[in-house]
Write a protein that binds this ligand. Structure first.
Ligand code: 13P
Length: 266
């Protein structure tokens, strides 16, 4: 994909707080973030707290361009599913985004391609924007299986959709070996997989859908590596775990700067 198509995609930085922060901590974080990064220019910011802090973040971001996201949802609209939360509940709670198929959901809660596919369908049908996650494990990378794994995950998650149906869906590439390990993929490693994902979207849908799709990188994003990652032609933002828990480090990530024009390799 060319550098010029990158210019048409608004960069998106999303905080995935995972199982951290109670409501007052969430509100304090947002106050500090507002002071540090507003007004936002040329970028979108999404905060994904735990369910119990959605309301605190919703209130704290009122009047700002920050958006609210959830970390998971159930694929059914309602019913006897103790402990689960539906798309309409998330919408009513003020969410615009929902993270789906995160590797921790796949690994610890047994989410399969088919299951993630159903969740993506339910989220889109309800009007939520999925942040659909894919990523290979270390043994898969070492065995030279990265691209096969990514192809299966992307095809599995998006199977049965038309280009129109996937709407504003966002993909996040999160190599499992880079999550919470401090071991970031190099910008070149990430770019290679991002370009590959964009090519799969060309095959599944069409070139214009691929050109407008935002693909985020996730896995040990830090203030000191975000600028180099964002300089890559096919990296359109970040899904940030650990470094999104501190307002100062997340503010620096949101304030990424791309100084040197990148020469596209794909
Ligand atoms: P870390 O930034 O802590 O590596 O987590 C990445 C992640 O899983 C975001 O969804």
């Amino acid at each position: 994909m060319s550098e010029s198509s990158k210019q048409t995609r608004t960069p998106l930085i999303a905080a995935n707080w995972k199982m951290h922060k109670i409501p007052p901590e969430a509100a304090d974080f947002v106050s500090a973030l507002k002071a540090a990064v507003l007004p936002l220019e040329g970028r979108e910011v999404v905060i994904c707290p735990s369910f119990t802090s959605l309301e605190a973040v919703r209130q704290a971001i009122q009047g700002t361009p920050f958006r609210l996201g959830a970390q998971n949802m159930h694929e059914q609209a309602s019913g006897a599913f103790t402990g689960e939360v539906s798309a309409s509940m998330l919408l009513a709670a003020g969410c615009r985004y929902v993270i789906l198929g995160h590797s921790e959901r796949r690994q610890f809660f047994g989410e399969t391609h088919e299951w993630v596919n159903r969740k993506v369908r339910a989220a889109l049908a309800a009007g939520l924007i999925p942040i659909f996650c894919v990523g290979e494990k270390l043994p898969e990378r070492e065995a030279g299986q990265t691209m096969n794994v990514i192809r299966q995950q992307v095809r599995g998650g998006l199977q049965g959709f038309s280009s129109k149906e996937i709407g504003p869906l966002v993909i996040a590439y999160e190599p499992v070996w880079a999550i919470g390990t401090g071991k970031t993929a190099t910008p070149a490693q990430a770019q290679e997989v991002h370009a590959f994902i964009r090519q799969i979207i060309v095959e599944l849908f069409d070139a214009s859908r691929a050109a407008s799709l935002r693909i985020l990188y996730g896995g040990s994003i830090k203030p000191d590596n975000i600028d180099d990652l964002m300089a890559q032609a096919d990296i359109d933002g970040g899904l940030v775990g650990g470094a999104s828990l501190e307002s100062a480090s997340f503010a620096r990530i949101v304030s990424f700067q791309v100084s040197t024009p990148h020469v596209s390799t794909s």
